[in-house]
Design a protein around this ligand. Structure first.
Ligand SMILES: NC(=O)c1ccc[n+]([C@@H]2O[C@H](COP(=O)([O-])OP(=O)(O)OC[C@H]3O[C@@H](n4cnc5c(N)ncnc54)[C@H](O)[C@@H]3O)[C@@H](O)[C@H]2O)c1
Length: 415
């Protein structure tokens, strides 16, 4: 088959590679010429795909910024961003732009699949009308489905191939076309009744995590007051073989999904005079977590007889999760901004994030920075860092990720 992927980011690139590895020709359409140039040179820009993997399928990947190249593809899969506007409402600009590009070349027989996370109704209410304006009949002349991406960047135990794939088409024929497409690369394809079911399933998965993370974050705040080790409580509860699922507290939620997706559902719910309080409350607790973490850093410094103002604060990890260089919505950035307001002398180290242009900072050398800092705050747990060495070399450490469990030292404070 000849398949087009529209948007070659964290979601689109692994998908393109998976189809190419299965022997399909893949048109890689992105408006960012830096990405299409990198692909043409078989240079990867995301951690999950290495250059050797790209090189192995290079001949079947066809990077392009011309939407005319979508015209002769049997299937077109949309993986563009779905962020929030400054008013924290769904921003479908990228999706609408991408769909309009596809509409200019849509031809009989083509299947269009949306993978970007969005609210229930987007495929039917926003994507279908643009494609139908071509005059082609949906379900007969062209086919449309929603199939949410479930990728978890950095994860190796579950892959595009082994993670079950959900599909919900606008008509039974649309669903069948989408099922057949993903059966090429996924071991299990789960067929759903409609695109809305598929859209909402993805939101449920992310909101489930958001709510449970909020629960343990709140518990961490309570444990701080009660002087109980929250990690020991979670370890203890996790010994129950049924009815409990482990979630861990941290500096707050980051990334493109968890902080964003609940607002997509809340927006849709509001249109129906419904106010999902659980979802909003989870968002509120998680968004307050960076401020709580700053307070812990402030208290630790205070106990050492130092004010935040002028103290050297080294932030360990700027990405929103370990093993990734993605800083979108990262709590580390919020923590740094709050510490900046308190006039801390800030620096950071992250092996995956060489610079933070917004904050005008570059990642510093860890060995040099550790003994110089008044406090080191562990915000992201990267596997490459030896946290026992960090505790040894630093004057004071605040661990917001629980990576120093098992270490007991006078200069160590844990969330
Ligand atoms: N990153 C994740 O872990 C993850 C997991 C599951 C689902 N998702 C969802 O998948 C979608 C994509 O996320 P991502 O992390 O891959 O985003 P990303 O920013 O890494 O990649 C999106 C790409 O789309 C390109 N793009 C934007 N507008 C375009 C257009 N009109 N035409 C062609 N290309 C265009 C961008 O240049 C970019 O390369 C989002 O809806 C996200 O919520 C992301």
């Amino acid at each position: 088959m000849k398949i087009a992927i529209v948007g070659l980011g964290y979601v689109g690139l692994p998908l393109a590679v998976a189809f190419a590895e299965e022997g399909h020709e893949v048109v890689c359409f992105d408006v960012d010429s830096a990405k299409t140039t990198a692909l043409a040179e078989a240079r990867s820009y995301i951690e999950d795909i290495d250059d050797a993997t790209l090189a192995a399928v290079r001949e079947r990947l066809h990077p392009t910024s011309r939407h005319a190249d979508l015209a002769d593809c049997e299937a077109i899969v949309i993986c563009v961003p779905t962020p929030l506007t400054s008013a924290r409402e769904p921003d479908l600009t990228y999706l609408i732009d991408a769909t309009e590009s596809i509409a200019t070349v849509l031809r009989p027989g083509q299947l269009v699949v949306l993978e970007s996370t969005t609210y229930p109704g987007t495929t039917r209410e926003r994507v279908a009308p643009i494609l139908e304006r071509t005059g082609l009949e949906l379900g007969k002349e062209f086919f449309l489905a929603f199939s949410p991406e479930r990728i978890d960047p950095g994860r190796t135990d579950w892959t595009v191939r082994t993670t079950p794939k959900l599909v919900g088409g606008m008509t039974p024929a649309c669903t069948e076309r989408a099922r057949a497409l993903y059966a090429e690369i996924c071991e299990t394809v789960v067929v759903l009744a409609s695109p809305e079911t598929a859209e909402l399933s993805k939101l449920l998965e992310n909101i489930f995590r958001s709510v449970n993370i909020a629960l343990v974050n709140e518990l961490a705040q309570l444990c701080d007051r009660l002087d109980i080790d929250v990690w020991e409580v979670i370890d203890a509860a996790s010994t129950k073989p049924f009815g409990f699922m482990r979630f861990e507290p941290g500096p707050g939620m980051g990334g493109h999904c968890l902080p964003v997706d609940p607002f997509y559902l809340a927006f849709k719910a509001r249109e129906h005079d419904f106010y999902p309080e659980f979802i909003e409350l989870a968002g509120k607790v998680n968004q307050a977590q960076p401020a709580f973490c700053v307070e812990r850093i402030e208290r630790a410094l205070n106990q050492a007889g130092k004010p935040v103002n002028g103290s050297k604060v080294l932030i360990l990890g700027a990405a929103y999760k370990g093993g990734s260089g993605d800083t979108r919505e990262s709590p580390a950035l919020k923590i740094m901004k709050l510490l900046g307001v308190l006039e801390a002398d800030l620096s950071y180290h992250d092996p995956y994030v060489p610079e933070l242009t917004d904050l005008d900072l570059r990642s510093v050398d860890l060995a040099t920075a550790l003994p110089e800092a008044d406090v080191v705050a562990i915000v992201t747990a990267h596997k490459e860092i030896d946290y026992a060495e960090v505790v040894d070399a630093a004057k004071l450490v605040v661990d917001l990720r629980g990576v120093t469990r098992g270490i007991s030292a006078d200069n160590l404070v844990r969330l």
